[in-house]
Design a protein around this ligand. Structure first.
Ligand SMILES: NCCC[C@H](NC(=O)CCC(=O)O)C(=O)O
Length: 444
C-alpha cells in the first residue's frame, strides 16, 4: 500500500492581528501594534496550501478557532452582553482582551503531536493536542483543537485522540513544532525525535536564562507514552538554551526533518554527536544530517529569514523540495546558502518560495502553518474528505474569505462587537463547507 505525508494547514482566522503576545518570539514582539491584513493573511496561506496540492501532495486544511474568546473572558469575571464583556475587558484589562482575540491557532504545527500508525504499538495514528501553557493566548486553544482534529480525523478504526497534557508548566507542550519524524519511507516505522527546551523536574538541569523554554522533557516523554512508541523508536534531545535566548522559541525555527534528512543549524542542539549516533542506531539506516554552520548562516539570520521553518517535502518523483518563505530570498546569506544547498548532492533538489509575510510578522513561517500527518492510502480515505484541498475547495475558501474577512485590523478594533458577529458568521459557514459539525462553543 502507498503511504503519504499529508500537510494540514491552519486557515488564518478573521481576527489575525499583531498584539505582541509572545515573549521570546522576536517577530511577535517587534511587530506589536502594527495593522494586520486578515484577508491577505488567509489568502497567502491558501495559496501555499493549494500550490502544494498542485505539486501532487496530499494537502488538507484545519479550521481556525473562535475569537474573540468570550467564554474565556467570562471565566475571567467579565459579564453582561457580549458587547459589554468586550467593552469592560478593553477598559480594565486590555492585555486579557488581546490574549482572547489572537488568531494563533493558524500555526497548526503547534496544534498537536502526531504519531503515524507505523510507529505506534496499536497501529493507529495518534494525536495529542498541545496544551500551549507557556502563553496565555495559546493556552485557550487545546479543547477546540481537539474538537477540530476529531472532526477531521473521525474514523476510530484508524485515529486515536488523546486529551492534552495536564495544564502545568512541568508539562509545557507545543506540539509538532518540537517533534520531527525520521524514516526511510513514510510507511516504515521511524524514529520520532522529540526536542525539548528544559527538564522541568530537575532544578539543576541547564535551561535558557532570558526567554522561556516552552517544551519540557516531561511533556515529550508523556506524549511518547500516550502514543505507544517504543524506546527504539523515540529519541529525546535538548534544544540549545543559548539559541532559545536568541529567539529560537520552537525547534522548528532551527531544524526540520523529512524522511531520512535532518536539516539543522550546528548550534541547534545539546549533546549533538551522541544523540545523532543514537538516531543512526535506532534508524538502522543512513541518515543525511545536513548541517548549516554559523559561518554560513548566523542564528540572527536564521531567526529573521526562517531558513529552518521551511517545509521539506518529498515530491511524487521522489526528489525533495524546500518550501521557503520569500524572506529567505531577501536575506543574502540565506539565499546564497539555499542556492548552494541544491547542488550539494543531498536529497534536497529544489527550493520554492512563498509569500507568507502576514504570518511571518507574528513569527510563523511555512512550517508553523502546517501539521504533518503521515498516512497510508487507506487512512487518507478515512479522513474527512471535505477538508482536503483541490480546485473546488480552494475556490470556495477564497470566496468565503472575500465575503467575511477585513483587510485591515488593529489592536484597537478587537473590542468592536461587530467583529465577534463577523467571526461567528464566517466560522459557522466554514463548518458547513468543511462538514465539521459543531466544533465551536457558540454552535453548542
Ligand atoms: N509556530 C509559530 C508560532 C507563532 C506564535 N505567534 C504568536 O502567537 C504571536 C501572536 C501575537 O503576538 O499577536 C507563537 O509565538 O506561538
Amino acid at each position: 500500500m502507498k503511504h503519504f505525508e499529508a500537510n494540514f494547514d491552519g486557515l488564518v482566522g478573521p481576527t489575525h492581528n499583531y498584539a505582541g503576545l509572545s515573549f521570546g518570539n522576536v517577530a511577535s514582539y517587534s511587530n506589536a501594534a502594527q495593522a494586520s491584513n486578515p484577508k491577505s493573511a488567509a489568502k497567502q496561506g491558501l495559496k501555499k496550501a493549494k500550490s502544494l496540492a498542485d505539486l501532487g501532495m496530499i494537502q488538507g486544511v484545519l479550521a481556525p478557532q473562535e475569537r474573540p474568546d468570550l467564554y474565556s473572558l467570562r471565566r475571567m469575571g467579565f459579564s453582561g452582553s457580549d458587547a459589554e464583556v468586550l467593552n469592560q475587558a478593553a477598559k480594565h484589562a486590555p492585555a486579557l482582551l488581546n490574549a482572547c482575540c489572537s488568531a494563533s491557532s493558524m500555526w497548526t504545527a503547534n496544534a498537536a503531536t502526531v504519531s503515524p500508525s507505523a510507529d505506534t504499538r496499536d497501529g493507529k495514528v495518534h494525536f495529542t493536542p498541545a496544551n500551549l501553557v507557556d502563553k496565555l493566548h495559546r493556552s485557550i486553544e487545546p479543547i477546540t483543537t481537539g474538537n477540530i482534529l476529531k472532526a477531521t480525523f473521525k474514523d476510530e478504526r484508524f485515529f486515536k485522540h488523546h486529551q492534552h497534557l495536564p495544564e502545568h508548566a512541568s508539562f509545557g507542550d507545543e506540539g509538532a513544532a518540537n517533534h520531527t519524524r525520521l524514516c526511510n519511507d513514510y510507511g516504515h516505522s521511524g524514529v520520532e525525535l522529540f526536542v525539548y527546551g528544559q527538564e522541568a523536574t530537575n532544578p539543576n538541569a541547564i535551561k535558557p536564562t532570558k526567554f522561556p523554554a516552552r517544551q519540557t522533557l516531561e511533556a515529550s516523554q508523556a506524549v511518547a507514552r500516550l502514543h505507544q512508541l517504543d524506546d527504539e523508536s523515540s529519541v529525546f534531545i535538548q534544544q540549545n538554551p543559548h539559541v532559545i535566548d536568541q529567539g529560537v522559541f520552537h525547534n522548528d525555527v532551527i531544524s526540520v526533518g523529512n524522511q531520512n534528512v535532518l536539516f539543522y543549524h550546528e548550534q541547534a542542539f545539546l549533546n549533538t554527536d551522541a544523540k545523532f549516533e543514537e538516531i543512526r542506531r535506532k534508524m538502522n539506516a543512513d541518515v543525511h544530517f545536513v548541517k548549516v554552520s554559523t559561518e554560513q548562516v548566523s542564528i540572527n539570520d536564521a531567526v529573521k529569514s526562517y531558513l529552518f521553518n521551511t517545509q521539506i517535502i518529498t515530491l511524487p518523483n521522489g526528489d525533495m523540495a524546500i518550501i521557503a518563505p520569500t524572506n529567505c530570498q531577501e536575506n543574502p546569506a540565506v539565499f546564497a546558502y539555499l542556492n548552494e544547498l541544491v547542488t550539494l548532492g543531498t536529497p534536497i533538489k529544489q527550493v520554492q518560495y512563498y509569500d507568507v509575510k502576514q504570518s511571518m510578522q507574528n513569527g510563523g513561517g511555512p512550517a508553523c502553518l502546517r501539521l504533518r500527518v503521515a498516512m497510508s492510502e487507506l487512512e487518507v480515505s478515512a479522513v474527512n474528505q471535505h477538508t482536503l484541498m483541490n480546485d473546488a475547495l480552494f475556490n470556495k475558501l477564497n470566496v468565503w474569505v472575500d465575503k467575511h474577512y477585513r483587510d485591515s485590523l488593529e489592536v484597537k478594533d478587537l473590542a468592536d462587537p461587530q467583529l465577534i458577529i463577523e467571526s461567528r458568521t464566517a466560522l459557522d459557514e466554514l463548518t458547513q463547507i468543511l462538514k465539521l459539525g459543531s466544533v465551536y462553543q457558540f454552535q453548542k
